[in-house]
Design a protein around this ligand. Structure first.
Ligand code: GLN
Length: 313
């Protein structure tokens, strides 16, 4: 069997093993997400040379949700550099749910990470732009470059979120009152909510991850989307907080920087090699796709992808 056939088999094996796994539930606090068919499952592997292998519903377009935080972080790093990002947004896990107010109270209203809701809204507020529309346009352009084609804002998802995001609005005001949010708070919350409401496929998500794996160069379009020097800080943030309060368990069992979203997407990045993306809507209590995590973990293991593994001599 040649390499391509072996990779195709490995993707199929991981998909077959976990695509019917029971358990978890769609996110229900965002009405749209509750309505997405729970049986959808996709798995995609992309190498830094552009080879791509998929199974299942990998072209189905789902809401990017928290995975958008990585794209906005990339843009903020490009504009401000790692030192400012670390000082203003942090690089530590909160150990708490992604929208925790307690986490803020425990840390002097500092978000700790750009990958929790508080830190993500603070990241939006740091983006240099003329106005709210310009800020949104830049964020959307970054998402588009990472996946390799223009991403579409779903009016349906956006409406569903903008009319129910009261908890996030409260977080934005808390940050603002403490001086840790750097624009109008409701504008930051509105743009953040939009950035969560674009649609991507599992295939797009794997390309997004592979762009990070190849030092910021999109393997399909060849575009250098961000500076290679900004990739390690992104992957470090993903390691610390990419799967929220279970990020440590993910590091322990998978050993790769990952990121999940409540739309059911999850991606893991192997620097220099490629990325694996899984998609399926039912989530565990921390907001991570149940099937997605298991498929990605199984495929990473089959490929021998684990940053903490000592290569055999
Ligand atoms: N839009 C969602 C929110 O703000 C994203 C959360 C997530 O994917 N973890 O709650």
């Amino acid at each position: 069997m040649d390499d391509a056939a072996r990779y195709g088999e490995a993707v199929k094996a991981a998909y077959d093993a976990f695509s019917k796994l029971e358990g978890g539930a769609n996110a229900s606090y965002i009405p749209y997400l509750a309505s997405v068919p729970a049986h959808l499952v996709g798995l995609t592997l992309v190498f830094t040379d552009g080879q791509l292998f998929s199974q299942g519903d990998s072209d189905y377009r789902f809401a990017i949700e928290s995975i958008s935080k990585v794209a906005t972080l990339a843009l903020a790093l490009e504009q401000h550099g790692p030192a400012v990002i670390q000082a203003k947004l942090g690089a530590d896990p909160t150990g708490m749910p992604f929208n925790s107010v307690t986490a803020l109270e425990l840390h002097d209203d500092r978000p700790q990470s750009p990958l929790v809701n508080a830190g993500a809204m603070a990241t939006v507020s740091l983006i240099k732009a003329e106005n709210a529309e310009d800020r949104w346009a830049r964020i959307r352009a970054m998402q588009s470059s990472l996946v390799g084609h223009p991403v579409e804002l779903s009016d349906e998802v956006n409406h569903s979120e903008q009319t129910t995001n009261f908890h996030n609005r409260a977080i934005a005001w808390l940050l603002y009152s403490a001086g840790t949010l750097y624009s109008d708070p409701m504008e930051a919350c509105m743009v953040y909510t939009r950035q969560c409401s674009t649609l991507i496929s599992c295939r797009d998500l794997a390309v997004f991850g592979a762009t990070l794996a190849s030092g910021g160069r999109n393997p399909l379009t060849g575009e250098q989307v961000l500076q290679a020097a900004n990739v390690p800080p992104i992957l470090a943030e993903m390691t610390m907080e990419g799967l929220y309060e279970t990020s440590g368990d993910w590091a322990y069992t998978v050993g790769l920087p990952g990121k999940s979203g409540v739309g059911g997407g999850v991606v893991a990045v192997m620097p220099g090699k490629g990325a694996i993306a899984g998609f399926s809507p039912p989530l565990d209590p921390s907001g991570n796709s149940v099937r997605g995590q298991r498929m990605v973990a199984a495929l990473a293991q089959a490929l021998g992808w684990n940053l903490y593994r000592v290569p055999e001599a």
